[in-house]
Ligand binder design. Structure first.
Ligand code: DHB
Ligand code: MG
Length: 629
């Protein structure tokens, strides 16, 4: 069994060409595309670059781009041929024999297929004499050629061994073109494959392409189908990533390269799932996911300063302090099947570096799985750093906790029922508190994580690739102090749905423009689910909770929008309950606690009739209420 060669364009990464090449090799790629501006600005001569690539074990798969090859002006075309010969010189020194020729967006582009075929034939013959080949790519904004079918049609008519086509998923899928036609192209006439994902945006396609491309698994294109169509054509060259993205241009080179490589592995698994094409054997198949259940525990770093307030809030929510771990400074709060460990120590070094200085911070999300070891194998095969954490009193290796860092502050811990029990028994048991209010909340409904802008795409890819989480349409939520970009991911499990909502505050705060405290770490909260929101709110109020007080204006507006009736509205207002409905019978009831520290708070929700959202329309009202305190 061979494997599909992986490649990446240097434009996809930040740094010097030298740094990029090292990162590409370290990430596990087989080769790369040299983006011409990277070569021009490099202090190394082409021959030195070739030597470095060879030392790193990398192949030079493509030199790119050669622009505006054709011209309606014969003299201009003659000059373009001279320019092409200069590129062939450089490529010779680089030891690269494939040049990307993109369709011309210029006013002077050839607009007659017969003339275009004639000029491309001349160019192909020039390349052939130099031992080079050309991969002709339709840019979505090309003046005459802007579809892959048209580019292929020109290549087919030229019918020269040195001319093939280059398929770029961005140019094809951004136009909404059907990639099924790729199956009709003979695989050996596809000289190169460039892959890019992108979020759905309504904007000029050139700007979209140059600034918002992302790695497969980070955007919204159906790349699994696209890849299956390419595999069915019989194409056997590298699968290469060509990502123009403003954030990646200034992000950590090694991390971006590692995400890039993971995205190609993930894509191959997705393509396998669409169909097993004839090339199926070459597609990467990571070890399958293990069993997974639901969120059962949380660990929150509160420090001595915030531990008491956090404990009080948890008690109001129906949790009881059931144990303490004097050695580790942990207080354990439980309610039914849920456990929340509050870390009261100053030292938060047990989490990954990058734990925000301000507390409290959600450090660990414990998810039940009876086979964490399977997740470990899968994560590692996908190039994700995962560690095992052994538990005192747990001898069996399959019971070790498997930990994956999601953001700098928060990890996902996969733990078996047995290890959870052993973990709890390591605590010094506190006198058992008799709980008079049974089960205010019964499960974790969703968790919102604050994600720094530069980690956003990487986190998205991690959750999609390792766990197979499904992203939903993103939302921009505007409120009193700015904008929060939010996107939810869900995973249907044997025992419910795991829901994570990623939140980011776009733009980087500068020192002179500090974010309000409520946004310093982003926006993070834990939403607990209950069966009866009124009963839960009343029980919690009895336990001392003062629900976040919501403006009376909100309830007037609710009345106007939904006509819920004054009795219902009065009860909601008294208990601080907010409401949303999806128009198809689904309803959502929720209320909030005040924030503990800068920006961690809790939510209690009840879903009715298959409501799948998060009540985002109420976010601005919620924040305004929190800012009152
Ligand atoms: O944006 C561009 O000009 C450009 C250049 C080369 C490519 O392969 C491409 O897809 C886009
Ligand atoms: Mg391209």
């Amino acid at each position: 069994m061979t494997h599909i060669a992986t490649s990446v364009a240097t434009v996809s990464l930040s740094g010097s060409l030298d740094e990029k090449m090292r990162a590409i090799a370290d990430a596990g790629f087989d080769g790369f595309e040299v983006f011409e501006p990277d070569l021009i600005s490099s202090p190394d001569l082409p021959a030195d670059i070739a030597k470095k690539a060879a030392d790193l074990g990398l192949t030079l798969d493509l030199y790119q781009p050669f622009r505006d090859a054709d011209s309606a002006d014969p003299e201009q075309f003659a000059r373009n041929l001279v320019r092409a010969e200069h590129k062939f010189d450089v490529m010779e020194q680089l030891g690269c024999d494939l040049l990307l020729v993109c369709s011309s967006p210029l006013a002077g582009a050839v607009r007659d297929d017969a003339l275009l075929v004639e000029q491309m034939a001349i160019l192909a013959e020039r390349a052939h004499r130099r031992g080079m080949r050309l991969a002709y790519e339709a840019l979505a904004w090309g003046a005459h050629v802007n579809t892959y079918r048209h580019a292929w049609d020109i290549v087919r008519q030229v019918d020269h061994p040195a001319l093939g086509t280059c398929l770029d998923s961005f140019h094809i899928l951004s136009r909404g073109d059907d990639s099924a036609g790729i199956r009709e192209i003979p695989g050996e006439k596809i000289f190169f494959l460039q892959l890019a994902d992108a979020p759905h945006l309504v904007m000029d396609v050139l700007q979209w392409s140059r600034h918002h491309r992302c790695f497969p698994g980070q955007g919204s294109f159906d790349l699994a189908r696209f890849g299956a169509d390419v595999a069915a054509s019989g194409y056997s060259g590298p699968w290469s990533l060509e990502i123009f993205n403003d954030v990646f241009r200034h992000s950590d080179t090694g991390r971006t390269a590692s995400d890039a490589h993971r995205s190609l592995l993930y894509l191959q698994e997705q393509v396998r799932d669409v169909e097993t094409p004839s090339a199926g054997n070459d597609l990467f198949a990571p070890p399958p996911p293990g069993p997974i259940e639901n969120v059962v525990s949380l660990r929150i770093a509160a420090g001595p300063a915030k531990a008491a307030q956090l404990g009080t809030t948890l008690r109001h929510l129906g949790f009881d302090l059931t144990a303490a771990h004097s050695e580790h400074g942990l207080s354990l709060f439980t309610q039914g099947p849920l456990a929340v460990a509050v870390d009261t120590t100053v030292d938060t070094l047990w989490t990954a570096p990058g734990v925000p200085a301000h507390l409290p911070a959600l450090a660990q999300i414990g998810i039940r799985s009876e086979r964490p070891d399977l997740w470990l194998t899968r994560a590692r095969a996908l190039g994700v750093t995962a560690s095992t954490v052994s538990m005192p009193g747990v001898a069996d290796a399959t019971d070790a906790v498997v930990r994956l860092a999601v953001t700098g502050a928060t990890s996902l811990d996969l733990r078996t029922r047995h290890s959870a029990g052993a973990w709890q028994s390591a605590f010094d048991l506190a006198p058992k508190v008799v709980q008079e209010n049974r089960a205010c909340v019964s499960h974790v409904d969703h968790i919102a994580l604050a994600v720094p802008a530069e980690s956003w795409d990487g986190v998205m890819l991690l959750l999609r690739s390792v766990f197979g989480m499904v992203p939903h349409e993103g939302q921009d939520v505007v409120d009193a102090i700015g904008l929060v970009r939010s996107r939810a991911l869900t995973l249907a499990t044997a025992s419910g749905t795991i829901r994570l909502s990623l939140n980011m505050v776009p733009g980087r705060p500068s020192d002179s423009d500090p974010l309000p405290a409520a946004r310093r770490g982003g926006v993070g909260h834990v939403a607990f689910g209950c069966e009866d929101i009124y009963a839960a709110a009343s029980a919690m109020t009895e336990r001392g909770l003062t629900p976040l007080r919501i403006s009376p204006n909100y309830y007037r507006d609710l009345d106007a929008r939904f006509g819920l009736g004054s009795e219902t509205l009065d009860a909601m207002q008294r208990l601080g309950i907010l409401y949303d409905a999806d128009g198809t019978g689904g309803e959502f009831f929720h209320f909030f606690t005040e924030t503990v520290g800068d920006d961690l708070f809790f939510e209690v929700v009840q879903r009715v009739g298959g409501y799948e959202g998060y009540g985002e329309t109420n976010s601005a009202v919620r924040l305004a209420a929190q800012l009152q305190y």
